[in-house]
Design a protein around this ligand. Structure first.
Ligand code: SF4
Ligand code: SF4
Length: 132
């Protein structure tokens, strides 16, 4: 299967998903794809968690510890289509990560408001904004 054009690994420049989801600090505003100054809100986004059938991938031996096996496969999170199996909710409306405390390293490193974040949000037609 080919990676969809503009998938996270092509746009992230390091890591996709980030502080998405989660109550503490943050995943996935479905509106127009326009540049604006409004803040992006991970809890109403989730784009970076629904952008690739093969992401996120675990990095190192301990990454992924604590995540139930049924949510993983082949050294990465299991995906349903392009969507991480741990993502709960509706992208662009309201979402959260079922494994937030144990989420993979690349998810932790993915920065809201970063160029990669803006790229995936643009892909889903969401505002580009900045992190709040
Ligand atoms: S794409 Fe950006 S705003 Fe959306 S969940 Fe990921 S880091 Fe948060
Ligand atoms: S593990 Fe959580 S933060 Fe990482 S891609 Fe899946 S739903 Fe998003």
């Amino acid at each position: 299967m080919t990676r969809p054009a503009g998938s996270p690994s092509e746009v992230r420049g390091g890591s996709p998903i980030a502080q998405p989801l989660g109550a503490a600090d943050g995943v996935t505003d479905a509106v127009e794809a326009v540049d604006d100054d409004s803040a992006v809100d991970c809890e109403t986004c989730g784009c970076c968690c629904a952008f690739s059938w093969e992401w996120p991938t675990f990095v190192g031996d301990r990454d992924g510890e604590g995540i139930p096996e049924y949510l993983t496969e082949d050294g990465r999170m299991r995906c349903d289509g392009d969507r991480c199996a741990a993502l709960f909710g509706t992208v662009g409306v309201e979402v959260h990560c079922r494994v937030y405390p144990d989420r993979p390293l690349v998810c932790r490193e993915f920065a809201a408001g970063s160029p990669a974040c803006r790229a995936v949000r643009r892909h889903f037609g969401l505002g580009q904004g900045t992190a709040r």
